[in-house]
Design a protein around this ligand. Structure first.
Ligand code: NAD
Ligand code: ZN
Ligand code: ZN
Length: 348
C-alpha cells in the first residue's frame, strides 16, 4: 500500500510500505477514507521529538472502514465505519478504568516506531487498529465524516483542555494558540459556559475562525494580551488559561495572563526540559498547572452530538483537502502556514 512516511527532519515521503496484517486476535484492519495532519505530527516532522524510525508511517487521525477482523473482536464487523483515538487502549487496566485511556498499560501511539517497536501511523491506505473492541469508535450513518474525524483527537483534546482548565459559566478565559486544537478548545470553553474567551495568536485567518467560534481575537503582533485581559477583569487576569501551543513562550505568557488562584491547562506538547516560569511565580499566584495527553476515547460518545448538531461549523477549520499522494506538500503547507493553511485532510 501507499503511505506518508517519516524520512528525517523536515522530510516525509509518499511511498510503498507493506500492507498491515492482523497480528493479534484483538486487531482490526481499516481502509482509510480520511486521514489528517496534526500539530503533533509537526513535532516529529521538525525533529523536536527525536527517535521515530526512518520509514515509519506518520499520523494518528483517521476515519475508515473495517475490512478485516481478528478472531476475538466482537463489537465490530466488516463494513463498519470507525474513528480511533490517537492512542489505543485496553479498556480494563488501572488507567482505562479511571478514564485515563491515554495512559493505558497496553496503549500505543499511532505513528511512533522506535528501534523497530511501536505502531505504524494512519496517513496510509490501511491501518492496523490494536485492541479494537475498546479502542475503535463506531460512527453511525448520516454523520459528516470530515467532522467525525475530529473526534479521535482535536475535538476531544479541545474539550479536555477546557475541562482541565475548570472552565465555568461566567468566567473569563484565554486560549493561547488558535491552531485546530486551540480553535476547538474555544468551542469546549464556550460549551462549558465561558462568558468571555480571548483567543491569542498571530495568524490572521486563524483569528478569524476563533472569532467565528465566539472568541475575542487577540493578534499578538498588534495587541497586548495582558492589557486586554486585565481590562476585562478589573485587573485580575484570566480565570483559566488554555495553552495550546507547547513552547516556552506560550507557557510564559500563560503565567502572565492567569489571575491569582487560576488554572493553566496545557495540552500543547512540550519538548523542552525545563519550565519557563519559576516555582516562586506559581507560589505567588497560587496557581494550578495541569497538562498532558488527551484521553480521547473517553470523549468520543459524548462529543458525537456536537458533530451531528451543526451548532458550530467545525468543518470550517479544514483549509486543505489533498490526495494522500500530496502528503509531503500538506506537511509543508501546514508547517509554514502557507496558503492560509489551518488543517489538512488527506484522502487515500
Ligand atoms: P498548530 O501548530 O497548527 O497550532 C499552534 C498555533 O499556535 C499556531 O496557530 C501558532 O501560530 C500559534 N502560536 C505559536 N506560538 C504562539 C505564541 N507564543 N502565542 C500565541 N500563539 C502562538 O497545531 P495544533 O494542531 O492546533 O496543535 C497545537 C498543540 O497541541 C501542539 O503542540 C500539538 O502537539 C498539541 N496537541 C496535544 C494533544 C494532547 O493530547 N495534549 C493532542 C493534539 C495536539
Ligand atoms: Zn494529534
Ligand atoms: Zn488499559
Amino acid at each position: 500500500m501507499k503511505a506518508v512516511t517519516f524520512q528525517g527532519i523536515g522530510e516525509v515521503a509518499f511511498e510503498s510500505v507493506p500492507d498491515p496484517q492482523i497480528e493479534q486476535p484483538t486487531d482490526v484492519i481499516v481502509r482509510n477514507r480520511l486521514t489528517a495532519i496534526c500539530g503533533s505530527d509537526l513535532h516529529v516532522y521538525l525533529g523536536r521529538e527525536p527517535g521515530n524510525d526512518r520509514g515509519t508511517t506518520m499520523g494518528h487521525e483517521f476515519l475508515g472502514e473495517v475490512v478485516e477482523l481478528g478472531g476475538d473482536v466482537s463489537s465490530l464487523k466488516r463494513g463498519d465505519t470507525i474513528v480511533s483515538p490517537f492512542t489505543t487502549n485496553c479498556g480494563s487496566c488501572f488507567y482505562c478504568r479511571q478514564g485515563l485511556t491515554c495512559r493505558c498499560e497496553k496503549g500505543q501511539l499511532y505513528g511512533w516506531v522506535e528501534n523497530g517497536h511501536g505502531l505504524p501511523g494512519a496517513q496510509a491506505e490501511f491501518v492496523r487498529v490494536p485492541l479494537a473492541d475498546s479502542t475503535a469508535f463506531k460512527i453511525p450513518g448520516g454523520v459528516d465524516e470530515e467532522t467525525a474525524l475530529f473526534l479521535g483527537d482535536i475535538l476531544a483534546t479541545g474539550f479536555f483542555c477546557a475541562e482541565m482548565a475548570s472552565v465555568r459559566p461566567g468566567g473569563t478565559y484565554a486560549v493561547i494558540g488558535c491552531g485546530p486544537v486551540g480553535l476547538l478548545a474555544i468551542v469546549g470553553a464556550r460549551e462549558r459556559g465561558a462568558e468571555r474567551v480571548f483567543a491569542i495568536d498571530r495568524v490572521p485567518e486563524r483569528l478569524v475562525l476563533a472569532a467565528a467560534f465566539g472568541a475575542t481575537p487577540v493578534d499578538t503582533t498588534e495587541q497586548d494580551a495582558k492589557t486586554l485581559l486585565g481590562d476585562a477583569t478589573e485587573g485580575r487576569g484570566a480565570d483559566g488559561v488554555l495553552e495550546v501551543v507547547g513552547t516556552p513562550e506560550a507557557s510564559r505568557l500563560a503565567v502572565e495572563l492567569v489571575r491569582p488562584g487560576g488554572v493553566i491547562s496545557a495540552v500543547g506538547v512540550h519538548t523542552e526540559s525545563t519550565f519557563s516560569f519559576s516555582p516562586g511565580e506559581v507560589y505567588d499566584k497560587n496557581l494550578t498547572y495541569r497538562a498532558g495527553r488527551c484521553p480521547a476515547r473517553r470523549y468520543m460518545e459524548r462529543l458525537l452530538p456536537l458533530v451531528r448538531g451543526g451548532k458550530y461549523d467545525l468543518g470550517a477549520i479544514v483549509s486543505h483537502r489533498l490526495p494522500l499522494a500530496e502528503g509531503a506538500r500538506g506537511y509543508e503547507l501546514f508547517e509554514k502556514k502557507l496558503e492560509q493553511c489551518t488543517k489538512v485532510v488527506l484522502r487515500p
